[in-house]
Design a protein around this ligand. Structure first.
Ligand code: CP
Ligand code: NVA
Length: 334
């Protein structure tokens, strides 16, 4: 992978990255993970500073960027949803030009994909998408690394995503799988299938990689022989509470449970970007329990806590893969 050079590039969606570039980032992440495990420091970016701009809340993404940045020797500023002027008193364009004068890179999590694109266009520094309504590309790197670690390969893996297949996770997994030669199945009600134009694009990409894209409403068909069963919360950040009732009605049959796993491969693993409503230990889950009687939602507690659940390895990999993105886009190969 010696001829891959990502210095100066933004990371807005995997659509902008070739399979070779994605493999390069995964290789780099693996190396950085190994170094961290061995206690080897890798402060390759001393003297640089990055800013993390959040319009929505976060645990994993924020902490992954902070720890990765600090491990690389950088200064890191966090701006929470309430504490910047952006969008209220200052345009995205102006904010981008100000931050670009002070920082070497900008992470953004928020609503519109167009915001992260505008930041990239106007700031003059690499911009990293930490989740928008449309895409969650840094999550994809962690997921691909985890699949490789657990199953020993990416090509030919059958990944079935059960849930809201037109949200940021559904869109991103479809593209990530198409790029890297996995067989992606969206197992969801028709109303929640990904947008037709994105499906079309993913199918064109999959035709080159040897992967495939399938959409099905049929749970038996969708879960049959799956290597990975993947799900996400039923209502995403930014959606109104009013959608819960309809979403529960639509997605209840697509819960990841033992019956779904019974049709998957014996070796199948469970993945989830987290956070997850698999018990009643959160205020939102208790609220939904009171209103609709559900004790668990997109995944049963039994599956979530089972040995085939790799969700915390996946969460840890957010940090190693984000570190690879920071290093690759801020410095030539080390
Ligand atoms: N998976 C993920 O992006 O988690 P956070 O919302 O906690 O960042
Ligand atoms: N679809 C979820 C993903 C969280 C990581 C959301 O946008 O809230």
């Amino acid at each position: 992978m010696t001829n891959v050079n990502l210095k100066g590039r933004s990371f807005l969606t995997l659509l902008d990255y070739t399979p070779q570039e994605i493999s390069y980032l995964l290789d780099l992440a693996r190396r950085l993970k190994r170094e961290k495990r061995l206690g080897m420091q890798h402060k390759h970016l001393i003297g640089k500073n990055i800013v993390l701009l959040f319009e929505k809340t976060s645990t994993r993404t924020r902490c992954a960027f902070e720890v990765a940045g600090m491990d690389l020797g950088m200064g890191v500023t966090f701006l929470d949803p309430a504490s910047s002027q952006m969008g209220k008193k200052e345009s995205i364009e102006d904010t981008a030009r100000v931050l670009g004068r002070m920082y070497d890179g900008i992470e953004f999590r928020g609503f519109a994909q167009s915001t992260v694109e505008t930041l990239a266009e106007y700031s003059g520094v690499p911009v990293w998408n930490g989740l928008t309504d449309q895409f969650h590309p840094t999550q994809m790197l962690a997921d691909l690394l985890t699949i490789e670690e657990k199953l020993g390969r990416l090509e030919g893996v059958k990944l079935t995503y059960m849930g809201d297949a037109r949200n940021n996770m559904g869109n991103s997994l479809m593209i990530a799988c198409a790029k890297m030669g996995l067989h992606f199945t969206a197992c969801a009600p028709r109303e929640l299938f990904p947008a037709e134009d994105l499906v079309q694009k993913a199918r064109e990409i999959a035709a080159i990689s040897g992967g495939s894209v399938t959409l099905t409403e049929d749970v038996s068909e969708g879960t049959a022989d799956a290597d990975v069963l993947y799900t996400d919360i039923w209502v995403s950040m930014g959606e109104p509470d009013a959608v819960w009732q309809e979403r529960i009605r639509l997605l209840n049959p697509y819960q990841v449970n033992e019956a779904a796993f019974a049709r998957a491969k014996e070796t199948a693993i469970f993945m989830h970007c987290l956070p997850s409503f698999h018990d009643l230990k959160t205020s939102i889950a208790r609220d939904i329990h009171e209103k609709f009687g559900l004790r668990e939602m997109e995944v049963t507690d039994e599956v979530f806590e089972s040995p085939r659940s790799v969700v915390f390895d996946e969460a840890e990999n957010r940090m190693h893969t984000i570190k690879a993105v920071l290093l690759a886009t801020l410095k030539e190969a080390v």
